[in-house]
Design a protein around this ligand. Structure first.
Ligand code: PGA
Ligand code: ZN
Length: 432
């Protein structure tokens, strides 16, 4: 039998859901199987993320072009990977990291490296004629000691957008609902969708606008986080679901975004909180409302604050580090050692390869931290994260509101995989 190799690599400058340029790559194998992958892009990016290479040429796309990243794939990266065994994902990713030679992937850009990494992953699944999630799971078995089998994740639907994702005055970035009281992904999603539509009716009746933010959630001109929470609770009730039983609230304040000179500055609410006050504010919210998860409740460098937040809320609430960990195995290890947070947000483009992403998830899961698979606010039609959530048995996925194809495509992929392959649905977060 002839040896399977990477035969060709192509890269393209395409657009993301905000209309900004992003990278797509195609990997073609010697058996002619091939696959395309698209890279997403954040707006509230953490400072410890791998570098997203943009051209900075102000004459094109306000400097956001990605032709340099595309050229790296079409030249240096292509030369590196042609002839390699696509099934050895670890070696391919390792070669790319080594050739880049920087901690932050600033030579080639994480967008070029990740496009290649995912395109190769997808092409490998195609050549094995298996769904992507099965291929991911087969690779993960060699990485993780947890022996998990594939499961459908519980969705976290961001139905009300603020912060950097919307043009309103809400300081918190994301107000999500997590339907936990269901036995299938399909029924959990239906609950989320029905609440989303009820929220729209409610906003209309109260004369708020119903335009949506970057992640497909509504972005009404509210002032406070509590106003947003109250509206969502009302929508849950009118939909006939029970908050705190069928469905829970999850917040992503993305607080690094409004941290100024050592304090948390709530512009919309006109208040300034220090770390201790911020912790007690979050505590008040969780005791008043059925909130079971808070992401980036504190700033990405506030390790002492995070320790104290984890001490006071960590046994009752899922505390997710997004900007704090940046999907970076080193930062996650530090978090585990210092007992900071209890969960990790997983975004492939924060670290730049699928292999390092799997390492980040395995470290988390092996140490009892939950790994929540996540989209970015700038997305594409790429649905790899749906397969990733299933293949790594992550238990939770956060991929926006059930609105706009960049978000819905991920949910649709999950719906189809659940029904086609009868994959079980584990309510991972139920224990909290
Ligand atoms: P981003 O937001 O993709 O704009 O960084 C998502 C998040 O903060 O979780
Ligand atoms: Zn976040």
């Amino acid at each position: 039998m002839t040896k399977l190799t990477i035969k060709d690599v192509l890269a393209f400058e395409v657009l993301d859901s905000r209309g900004n340029p992003t990278v797509a790559a195609e990997v073609i194998l010697s058996d002619n199987s091939s696959s395309l992958a698209y890279v997403p892009s954040g707006a509230s990016t953490g400072k410890y993320e791998a570098l997203e290479l943009r051209d900075q040429d102000k004459s094109r796309f306000q400097g956001k072009g990605v032709l340099k990243a595309v050229n790296f794939i079409n030249n240096e990266i292509k030369e590196l990977v042609i002839g390699l065994d696509p099934l050895d994902q670890k070696a391919i990713d390792g070669n790319l990291c080594k050739a880049d030679g920087t901690d932050t992937k600033k030579a080639f850009g994480a967008n070029s490296i990740l496009a290649l990494s995912i395109a190769n992953l997808r092409a490998s699944a195609a050549c094995k004629s298996i769904p992507l999630y099965k291929h991911i799971h087969s690779l993960y078995k060699d990485v993780s000691k947890t022996n998990r089998t594939p499961t459908l994740p519980v969705p976290m639907l961001n139905i009300l957008n603020g912060g950097a994702h919307a043009d309103n005055s809400i300081d918190f970035q994301e107000f999500m609902i997590q339907p936990l009281g269901f036995n299938t992904f399909k029924s959990a999603l239906r609950c989320g969708v029905e609440i989303f539509h009820e929220l729209k009716n409610l906003l209309k009746n109260k004369n708020f606008n119903t335009s949506v933010g970057d992640e497909g959630g509504f972005s009404p001109q509210l002032k406070t986080a509590e106003e947003a929470i109250e509206l969502i609770l009302e929508a849950i009730k009118t939909s006939g679901y029970k908050a705190g039983k069928d469905v829970f609230l999850c917040l992503d304040p993305a607080s690094s975004e409004f941290f100024q000179e050592g304090k948390y500055f709530f512009e919309g609410e006109d208040k300034l909180l220090d770390t201790e006050e911020m912790i007690s504010y979050l505590k008040t919210l969780t005791s008043k409302y059925p909130i079971n998860s808070i992401e980036d409740g504190l700033h990405e460098d506030d390790w002492e604050g995070w320790k104290s937040l984890t001490k006071s809320l960590g046994s009752d609430v899922q505390l997710i580090g997004d900007d704090l960990f940046a999907t970076n195995p080193k930062r996650i290890r530090r978090g585990i050692e210092e007992k900071v947070a209890n969960s990790v947000l997983i975004k492939m483009n924060q670290i730049g390869t699928i292999s390092e992403t799997m390492e980040a998830v395995s470290i988390s899961q092996e140490n009892g931290y939950k790994a929540v698979i996540s989209h970015r606010s700038g997305e594409t039609e790429d649905t790899s994260i749906s397969d990733l959530a299933i293949g790594l048995a992550a238990g939770q996925i956060k991929t926006g509101a059930p609105s706009r194809t960049d978000r819905v495509s991920k949910y649709n992929r999950l719906l189809i995989l659940e029904q086609k392959f009868k994959i079980p649905f584990i309510k991972e977060n139920e224990v909290i």
